[in-house]
Design a protein. Structure first.
Length: 55
């Protein structure tokens, strides 16, 4: 089996195999902004705790 055949099978182009796809939820702008805010808050909290330990 050549590399080209493997690419065709991977992308669903024959070979007798069937591929199933699953739906993936999309993230909208408000959810993305909320996720970034959570990460930023966690980083700020960790920085503050480290700063107080060293002081």
């Amino acid at each position: 089996m050549s590399w080209l055949d493997r690419i065709r099978i991977f992308y669903g182009g024959g070979g007798g195999t069937t591929t199933t796809s699953s739906s993936v939820p999309e993230i909208d702008a408000s959810s993305g902004a909320l996720a970034l805010a959570v990460v930023a808050a966690a980083m700020l909290l960790a920085w503050e705790i480290r700063r107080r330990k060293n002081a």
